[in-house]
Design a binder for this molecule. Structure first.
Ligand code: BG6
Length: 374
């Protein structure tokens, strides 16, 4: 039986295991010197990958948020359309998929019934399937045509943390591998991507140093019963998962929302009784990222005018937002790798909120680690 390794709960232990889980997941699959990614285990030939016309991704819960980030990453890096869906909804929408496509099935446990059923449906329609699973030889892994294991180690806490960051890293590697096989990137471009990815484990360690700040924020915000989490683009799924973490372990109502969508309704809710957790990071080398950042700063000013308390995930050195909000600094990295770092303070915040409320953090009421019934 795995032990807590000196931590009070499995959830906080697994949050702190993320740098190592990331290293174990990415390092065996790449060579920085050669600028090469090796994902032979997906068992698709280079010709199949070059002919690939669409990718479908299916998952449940936190794994679904990983695929939502993966959609941005793959479409941005490789220009292949990615269709995403809840595993539990997939079979009801007569999915128009077939040969010449890959369906990626993301699952920590590899046993989720909805996801198993969706994978079988995809196979029945002729799609190749690739499982991203954290459990070796799990049902979904065994039934897939190819498997990309996350090697984050056993995840005991019901709320998924280290598997999630490892899933996002595997999807980034997969996108890079597709680009490599399809001749999209030069060797030098691939080396730049790989260099940034290899720095993530160390940046996760730096991010974990915000634990005490997240604990103090949980102490300050513990009495609120509703939260709105927001993010734009690849940060929107991170906001979704931050809200899910808080719901799962602290039983506090929280919604994840695309930042730009809040003006179509949720703005009416925002006042001093509804705290906001917003992702307001930026990649100064990415024009699109900077445009989104400027819009987000304007949104934050509006929320403040409406009396809201705002917790903002900001890029290191952002003095303006440090003055305007309860800021949690995020180390700089490229836009499409920021989500891996941004989820950590949200995991920590949810954890400390649950502890502050005296709840059973690792075994939240009514939930199970793997839902094996549809
Ligand atoms: C839920 C878990 O039951 O299933 C979540 O509580 C998880 O943490 C979801 O994200 C999906 O599970 P899996 O194993 O398919 O990723």
């Amino acid at each position: 039986m795995p032990d807590k390794g000196g931590f009070p709960h499995f959830m906080i232990k697994e949050i702190f295991e993320q740098p190592q889980g990331m290293r174990d997941t990415i390092e065996p699959r790449l060579s920085l010197n050669e600028g090469v990614v090796r994902l032979d285990e997906i068992r698709s030939s280079p010709d199949e990958l070059r002919a690939l016309r669409r990718i479908n991704i299916l998952a449940s819960g936190t794994s679904r948020h990983a695929y939502m980030v993966g959609q941005y990453v793959i479409q941005d890096m490789v220009n292949i359309p990615v269709d995403v869906d809840y595993a539990s909804e997939f079979e009801y929408r007569n999915p128009l998929i077939g040969p010449g496509e890959i369906t990626i099935v993301i699952t920590q446990s590899g046993e989720t019934a909805d996801t198993t059923a969706a994978q079988r449906e995809a196979k029945a329609k002729g799609s190749r399937t690739v499982a991203i699973s954290n459990v070796i030889d799990s049902t979904i892994a065994r039934e897939a045509d190819g498997v990309l294991y996350t090697l984050a180690g056993p995840e005991i806490s019901i709320a998924s943390t280290k598997a999630f960051t490892a899933q996002m890293a595997v999807l980034f590697l997969f996108a890079l591998y597709l680009g490599q096989v399809r001749g999209k990137f030069s060797r030098e471009q691939r080396r730049l991507y790989l260099k940034d990815l290899l720095e993530i484990p160390e940046k996760l360690k730096v991010q974990l140093e915000t634990a005490s700040l997240c604990e103090s924020l949980a102490d300050r915000y513990h009495a609120f019963d509703d939260f709105l989490f927001m993010g734009r683009a690849a940060h929107y799924p991170v906001a979704m998962d931050g809200a899910l973490k808080l719901k799962e372990v602290s039983y506090i109502h929280a919604e994840g929302y695309p930042t730009g969508e809040t003006k179509h309704g949720p703005l009416a809710l925002i006042d001093e009784h509804l705290p906001i957790v917003i992702i307001a990071t930026r990649d100064q080398d990415d024009a699109g990222s900077m445009l989104r950042y400027e819009k987000t700063v304007a949104n934050i000013k509006t929320f403040k005018e409406q009396g809201a308390h705002v917790i903002a995930l900001t890029s290191e050195g952002d003095e303006e937002l440090a003055k305007l909000t309860d800021a949690i600094p995020i180390p700089t990295t490229r836009e499409l790798l920021l989500p891996i770092l941004e989820i950590v303070p949200m995991q920590l915040f949810a954890y400390y909120m649950a502890v502050r409320r005296g709840l059973d953090v690792d075994k939240p009421r009514h939930l199970v680690k793997s839902v094996v019934v549809e």
